[in-house]
Every structure is written in C-alpha cells, then in structure tokens.
Design a protein around this ligand. Structure first.
Ligand code: SF4
Ligand code: SF4
Length: 470
C-alpha cells in the first residue's frame, strides 16, 4: 500500500481535508468501546480533532503513502466511526491501526490537544479482541509477550539461548544454508537481532548503591526487560551516574517488564498486571523518584494512572508512581548534575549527533535535557541531526512485525545521520538503538550508537582515570 517516499508532501501548509469525509454526529458510544477488558478513552477525547490537517506533514505513514486514511486525521475518523458503531472493525481499520507507528508526532503538531496515543491504544486493543491474529502470529505473540517477557527467569533463559546461538553463529549458518528460508519471516528479521550480552543486567548491576559524597535522596531504577539482556551496561552507567551525583540508588530485583510492549500491541490485561506489580515493588522500595533509561518505558509508566484509572485499589497508587517516574536525562537536568572535568581522550572533539526517540520527544516532550547532558561532556561536538524527531521505524515491535515498512523509515533516518558526518549517534531508547545499530551494520557504516548516560558515565570514569571492568 505504500507509495514511494516523497519529501514534497512535508509542506508547511496542511493538506486539505477530502470533501467526502464528513464528521460523525455526536452520539453515545456504542458497545464498541465499552468492553470490560478495554481501557476506555474519555468520550471527549474522540471529539477533539478539528480536522485542521497540521499533523499531516509530520506523520511518517502519511508521508510515505500520501493516503488520507494513513494520516492521523484519517485514522481518528476511522476510530471515531468504529467507536460509534458506524464502521465495522474492517480489514482497512485493522491495517491502519497496525501501519501507524504510534510515534505520536501528530500530538506534537496538533493545536487541539488530540491525545492520539491513548485513542490508538484503545483501538488496537479493540482490534485484537474483535479480530484475533492468525494462528502462528498469535502463538508467537502469546508465547513471547505473554508467557516470557513478564517473567524475568524465563526471559533470562531465552536470553541465554539466544546468546549461545549467536556465539555458535547459528543465525549465520541458518541464513547461509537456506534453512531459515523455510520460515521467510524469521529469515527477514534475523539480521535485525541485537547482540545479546554475556552478562545480564541483574548480574552486573548492584541492587543497592550508596550515594557518593553528600546524600541527596534515594531513587529507584527500572532495569527493563529485553534492555537488561542487550544493554546491561546502560543500566550500570545509570546507577553509577546517579550515585556519582549524590543519589542512593536501589534496583529492586522483584521488578518486571513495565508492560509498554503489551499496552502498545493492545494486550491491556497483561499491561495492567505488570503495572500493578511494578507499582507495588517501587512503592515498597521507599524511593522518591523512579529513574528510567528507556524512553518507551518511562513514557508508559508516566501513563500508569491512565491505564489504571478505573481500578479502585490502584488508581491513586498509579498516580503516585506516574508522577515519580523520570527519564534519566530529564532527572539529571531537573535536579542538577556535576559536569565531568574531561573526557580523557585529548585531541580533536568527537562528532556526535542526537536522535530523538518518539517516546521522549513527542510522548514526554523531553527535548533539551539529553542535549544538556551531551553539551556538558567535554570532548564531544554535538551536531544537530536533520529531522531528529522523525521515527526511525523501530516503534516497539514494528520493525519485527512490519519489517518492510520499517525499512522505509530507517532509510530516511540513516541518510540524515550520514549527512551529519558524526561517528556516534546518541539515542535514549533501546528499541531505537537496536534499529540504528542494524541500520549502520546493514549499510557498512562505522557508526557507534550510544546512550547519553553512557557517555556521561564514561566521562566521569576517565576523569578519575578509572578503566571500566568488563
Ligand atoms: S502516531 Fe505517528 S504514524 Fe501514527 S498517525 Fe500519529 S504521526 Fe502518524
Ligand atoms: S489531529 Fe490535531 S492536527 Fe491533526 S487534524 Fe486533528 S486537530 Fe488537526
């Protein structure tokens, strides 16, 4: 359904609304949005769109397809029509909900305060209920998202299996011998797979780290699910940077996946189960803030209050946890941090560019804090990335389930990164980092992908002349 990408469509004046599309009359929602398993948007949310079209030039899927129905405005019309029972949950509706990246760039552009993300999540949950996926995709999702991700021991076991399969080069052998061609979808996504670390987060990150110097307070850190298997060093860097800045840090071992992947794919039951669990864990930890180094997770945890608004036991606790949640750079910028004295490299400055994760820039409106952290690190020259807040195509599991579409968005991102001449691209979200690393690898680029907190931690270490233990 995608037409070739066309930059010209991103003009400053909003495209005109098709005359055939008339507004749905205001009526009571049908039972479409009142199933007990759905978290319902307020009815008022369905009526905020004034059809101005300002969001269209910022929408990656509209830009790629030039179809009104693949734009935020078009999708909002579809959601509204389905909510009021005027349209069935058709193939087109299901396709549009799936094609959307949930990047929420439309929310940033919208002058009417449309909360597209909340409506899209409710709509996806409804699609999932009304049109369950086919047998194999359903089995795979159930197995991975519902039966493995929420349980750290099972996830660690899966991580260990993947680690050894990568060390034994099984994916390469499968591709070279054609065995993987028996399952084309798997063959397509195998090159995407990130390198699994030898030691996982819980093996290298202390559950408790005292503050260095004068103690400013006590904070908790979310260690994440998959991120703890592929980027455990970012968790270690996070706790060390916090402790270095006077914070006593706890990483509660009982915590689990935040539930964002489940929420974004319409599995609200699992998302709510995980949210309740983490709320209990972090409230029991006696911390004044919950620090997260993954944009998708902090964004989701900040919306725990919305997710559990109808839960009499958890609504207030969810509000508390949502208000305590902070992205690591947001927290450092808010509370202040000690700028490192030197990066220890000497010589020319290293050229870095910053990719804005959608769930930082659009969902949380965090734009300057990561740049402030980077600007404080001596030895780095920050070059602005063109279209820095344009989605890279990662979008949760979008790059896995819609690999071809994700490639279109990745291509645009990689061209922009190359144009900066940077040797390091900085990302505050593990999903984006995986996608950008794949983009660099598949194009043969000598490009490092780093988290801002890792560059800060490195600068602190080189300040002390300390070498990292691996
Ligand atoms: S979330 Fe992103 S892809 Fe989806 S409609 Fe909004 S701008 Fe377009
Ligand atoms: S979502 Fe917002 S920006 Fe887009 S058409 Fe509706 S009111 Fe305008």
């Amino acid at each position: 359904m995608n037409m070739p990408h066309n930059n010209d469509s991103a003009s400053s004046s909003p495209p005109r609304e098709p005359s055939s599309a008339s507004s749905a009359p205001l009526r009571e929602p049908s039972s479409a949005f009142s199933h007990s398993q759905l978290h319902l948007p307020d009815e008022e949310l369905l009526h905020r769109c004034i059809s101005c079209g300002f969001c269209l030039p910022t929408c990656p899927t509209y830009n790629a397809s030039l179809l009104e129905r693949s734009s935020p405005r078009g999708r909002l019309r579809l959601i509204k029509a389905v909510a009021y029972g005027e349209l069935p949950v058709s193939d087109i509706f299901a396709e549009e909900m799936s094609y959307c990246l949930a990047c929420r760039a439309c929310e940033t552009a919208c002058p009417a305060g449309v909360q597209y993300g909340k409506l899209a999540e409710a709509a996806r949950a409804f699609v999932r209920e009304q049109r369950p996926p086919r047998f194999w995709p359903r089995l795979l999702r159930t197995l991975i998202l519902e039966k493995i991700f929420p349980y750290p021991n099972r996830l660690n076991l899966l991580g260990r299996l993947l680690y050894w399969s990568q060390r034994l080069k099984l994916p390469e052998i499968g591709l070279a011998t054609g065995v993987l061609k028996l399952w084309p979808a798997l063959a397509r996504i195998t090159p995407l797979a990130p390198r699994v670390a030898g030691k996982f987060s819980h093996q290298i990150v202390p559950a408790h780290l005292p503050a260095r110097g004068a103690r400013r307070g006590r904070v908790g850190v979310l260690s994440g699910c998959v991120a703890g298997l592929i980027y455990p060093d970012v968790n270690l860097d996070t706790v060390e940077v916090l402790a270095r800045n006077g914070w006593e840090v706890v990483v509660p071992p009982q915590q689990r996946c935040c539930g964002s992947l489940h929420g974004h794919t319409g599995d609200h039951a699992t998302a709510m189960m995980l949210a309740r669990h983490n709320i209990d864990v972090f409230l029991a930890a006696g911390v004044q803030a919950i620090i997260v180094n993954a944009a998708g997770c902090s964004s989701f945890m900040k919306e725990y209050d919305f997710l559990l608004a109808d839960d009499p036991e958890y609504a207030e606790k969810a509000k508390t946890v949502a208000h305590m949640t902070r992205d690591i750079c947001e927290f450092l910028a808010e509370t202040g941090f000690t700028p490192p004295l030197t990066r220890g490299d000497g010589g020319d400055k290293v050229r870095v560019t910053y990719h804005e994760a959608c769930h930082l820039a659009h969902a949380q409106k965090i734009r300057s804090a990561p740049r402030r952290v980077l600007a404080a690190i001596p030895g780095l020259a920050l070059v602005e990335l063109p279209e820095s807040d344009w989605c890279c195509g990662s979008a949760g599991i979008y790059n896995v389930v819609r690999h071809k579409d994700a490639e279109v968005f990745l291509e645009r991102k990689m061209k922009n990164i190359e144009s900066t001449g940077a040797s390091i691209v900085v990302s505050g979200n593990p999903g984006c980092s995986v996608q950008l690393e794949y983009g660099a690898r598949s194009r043969g680029l000598a490009l490092q992908v780093r988290h801002p907190v890792s560059l800060l931690a490195e600068a602190y270490r080189s300040e002390n002349g300390a070498e990292r233990e691996t």
